[in-house]
Design a protein around this ligand. Structure first.
Ligand SMILES: Cc1ncc(COP(=O)(O)O)c(C=O)c1O
Length: 317
């Protein structure tokens, strides 16, 4: 199995991979009432490190709040320690980390009241979602026939499992039509985000991105905005139309899974020169240094798995 590891942290303890099971009659499986996070650990000169772990865990807790779940029985510090221990125990150097909060008992009457919730965390070896070629060349996208959720219908700030049916519909349609990724418009017809990424465009050196009211507040989006501002780029958050994408000099997307990827073509229209543009290339390169611990300025975003530093030091212990 592609997702295999030695251990899964399940409901408070480490269990062997094959024992990490939930029952078929788990209501979250039927109604999509789980909330999750997508986090990554990268190798750095000082051993593996998790990128912005606390920020992801804060968003996980906020997602439970948005869904109206009762308070989780684990503190952020406990989930943080469990995650770090899990990466260590599975001897991962670079991996994807997936915590999921779900209803363990109850929930059949379509409410999150009177239920028992719990949390499990898995890690698996992972490199790139859209592939190395995509990082270098950019990808081709279409504007989906499926609009993004109205914020008052599915609560776009929360990573609720059920929300992702919308992404699955759009991505499936996009891949079947021969594209690599889908861009979703909001219910008013303006650009919102992709199936698992936030979106940016560049025009005359200025970077534009949709307001955050209707999109997931991406942690990569936030990192890229900070990095870009530090580099002196101007960032504008505003309503963006579909044709603003067509006439942009560059369009790129950001997400934990994809990192920073250019959209070189949208709806069969070449964007800019039809390849990754200079602003995207600049931010992609810096982001890669940041996540791999090669930029001291952003070291604060990395939590090192081994406090004693390098892989050599570990072996010597
Ligand atoms: C719908 C959606 N938008 C944006 C993102 C990007 O968020 P992040 O940068 O925190 O991974 C994701 C991925 O989690 C997502 O699923």
């Amino acid at each position: 199995m592609a997702f295999e590891s030695d251990y899964v942290w399940m409901e408070g303890k480490m269990v062997p991979f094959n024992e990490a099971k939930v029952h078929f009659l788990t209501s979250s499986l039927h109604y999509g009432t789980g909330v999750f996070e997508g986090i990554r650990a990268y190798s750095t000169p000082n051993g593996p490190a998790v990128f912005r772990l606390k920020d992801h865990l804060k968003r996980l807790i906020k997602s439970t709040q948005v869904l109206g779940m009762s308070e989780l029985q684990y503190s952020i510090d406990e989930i943080y320690n469990a995650t770090m221990e899990l990466v260590r125990l599975n001897k991962m150097e670079e991996c994807y980390i997936r915590p999921l909060v779900y209803i363990k008992e109850g929930g059949w009457n379509l409410t999150v009241d009177g239920v028992t919730i719990d949390l499990s965390i898995a890690v698996w070896k992972w490199t790139n979602y859209l592939g190395q070629e995509a990082l270098r060349r950019g990808v081709r996208a279409n504007v989906s026939s499926f609009p993004r959720h109205h914020p008052n219908i599915m609560m776009t700030k929360a990573k609720v499992a059920g929300n992702y049916v919308n992404s699955v519909l759009a991505k499936t349609e996009s891949l079947r039509a021969g594209f690599d990724e889908a861009i979703l418009l909001d219910p008013y017809g303006y650009v919102s985000e992709c199936t698992g990424e936030n979106i940016f465009l560049v025009r005359d050196g200025i970077i534009y991105t949709p307001h955050r009211y209707g999109v997931l507040e991406g942690i990569t989006r936030d990192s890229i905005i900070k990095v870009a501002e530090d580099k002196g780029y101007k960032i504008v958050e505003e309503q963006i139309s579909r044709d603003q994408l067509y006439i942009a000099d560059e369009v790129f997307v950001t997400g934990t899974a994809s990192e920073v990827i250019a959209l070189r073509e949208i709806d069969n229209r070449k964007i800019g020169e039809g390849s990754m543009g200079p602003v995207c290339a600049d931010l992609q390169e810096t982001y890669s240094k940041v996540i791999h611990g090669q930029d001291k300025k952003y070291e604060k975003w990395l939590d090192h798995i081994y406090k004693d530093g390098t892989a050599e030091a570990r072996e010597a212990v």
